[in-house]
Design a protein around this ligand. Structure first.
Ligand code: GN1
Ligand code: MG
Length: 371
């Protein structure tokens, strides 16, 4: 039997992508000549490309991003939110991203196929998917704390709620239960153990969102996706440059921004680690992050909010476990997956982490008090 040659497919994709990206660059009136592009692999939702231009002999790199409209149903509203938030931060002398305008004067573009694009400068920087250095972890905390502070005087009612109930854990559980009942692709039988464990945690994980709905906590303007890799760092000084990924900036709870950040950065393993023996919540990393974050926000957050930061960490972690398992049971329609069980593996990892947070709960409360 003769093997079917595989070459040609990659080249074809590259050539289609090249002509697509070139056209987009023209609509954004970028200067110079298109040279090449590289697809970036960070991020579970949007598609991101680093695109290189040559401007009179000098190289210039841009970020072109195509928004996933299955997740972000109203992308124009997102770009309007981003415009308001970045202008506010820049006006206060902070650092923020700069989005290019098209020849029509918009900071976004619909291509001929209905794809939604935006363009920023590529910023020479490093990001951390995992980080061992506590000084850098403190800097991540300080960057998100400062972000919170910069938006403390921003009127949240000016923002569209681009994904309603985004960090409403109670709502996430309700959706999950409905998907489990429907069992659309016959996967529920494979997740009985995880389902039971998540049900055990439900009341506690939903406490903050129930209290928030009752008006017990202030409505803040929050980032809502505070993974460490959403802070760009200077390559040399390792100081934070700018907070990125502003798609989910919306009104929300400060505790979930804190919680989502420590969920990511204090995990001793990757977010989708399959070997659960590697997954745990690192107390020293938590101390470092908490010092950086609380140092910035301590005069702005209420005592109730500060007392609820650890519950925020637990709740944000359980919530993501619920979301990953929900997507697995639902047939992987939301998060990008690299293999069929990817969402299940992610859910197990987050569940393991949440249980470890519970085990260390009192120690974590003490650390917050010390800060
Ligand atoms: C998604 O695509 P990315 O990595 O920016 C998700 C977050 C999750 C995260 C988990 C809009 O973010 O809520 O915490 O994956 N974003 C959206 O890695 O759902
Ligand atoms: Mg994001």
């Amino acid at each position: 039997m003769v093997a079917v040659p595989q070459f040609g497919i990659t080249e074809r994709i590259v050539s289609i992508m090249t002509s697509e990206l070139k056209k987009i660059g023209e609509r954004f009136a970028l200067k110079g000549e298109f040279c090449s592009y590289k697809q970036m692999t960070n991020g579970n939702i949007n598609s991101t490309y680093q695109v290189f231009y040559n401007e009179n002999g000098a190289a210039h790199a841009y970020i072109f991003q195509r928004i996933n409209q299955n997740v972000f149903k109203k992308p124009v509203e997102i770009m309007q939110n981003i415009d308001k938030v970045t202008s506010h931060i820049l006006a206060k002398g902070g650092n923020s991203l700069n989005f290019y305008k098209t020849t029509d004067g918009e900071n976004y573009l619909f291509d001929d196929a209905g794809g939604f694009w935006r363009v920023t400068d590529f910023i020479e920087s490093v990001t951390f998917n995992s980080c061992e250095d506590t000084a850098t972890i403190s800097n991540v905390g300080a960057a998100f704390g400062e972000f919170q502070m910069q938006l403390a005087d921003f009127d949240g009612s000016l923002l569209f709620e681009t994904i309603p109930n985004f960090h409403n854990t109670k709502n996430r559980y309700e959706h999950f239960h409905a998907v489990v009942t429907a069992d659309p692709v016959g996967r529920v039988s494979k997740v009985r153990i995880e389902l039971e464990k998540l049900e055990d945690l439900e009341t506690r994980a939903c406490e903050l969102s129930v209290r928030y709905a009752n008006g017990d906590f202030p409505i803040r303007v929050t980032h809502n996706d505070t993974k460490a890799n959403n802070v760009l760092f200077d390559k040399v000084t390792l100081k934070p440059l700018v907070v990125i990924d502003l798609d989910t900036v919306m009104p929300g709870m400060a505790m979930y921004d804190f919680g989502d950040a420590v969920r990511f950065i204090c995990n001793t393993a990757e977010e989708d680690e399959a070997d659960l023996s590697k997954v745990s919540f690192d107390i020293e990393k938590f101390r470092a992050f908490a010092q950086g974050y609380i140092g910035q926000v301590k005069n702005a957050l209420t005592k109730d909010e500060l007392d609820s930061l650890v519950l925020g960490a637990f709740s944000a972690t359980v919530e993501l476990a619920v979301r990953f398992l929900d997507d697995y049971v639902n047939g992987d329609t939301y998060f990008k997956v690299l293999y069929p069980e990817h969402n299940l593996v992610r859910a197990r990892c987050q569940l393991t982490l949440a249980l470890d947070i519970l085990k260390k709960y009192d120690q974590l409360l003490d650390i917050v008090k010390d800060c």
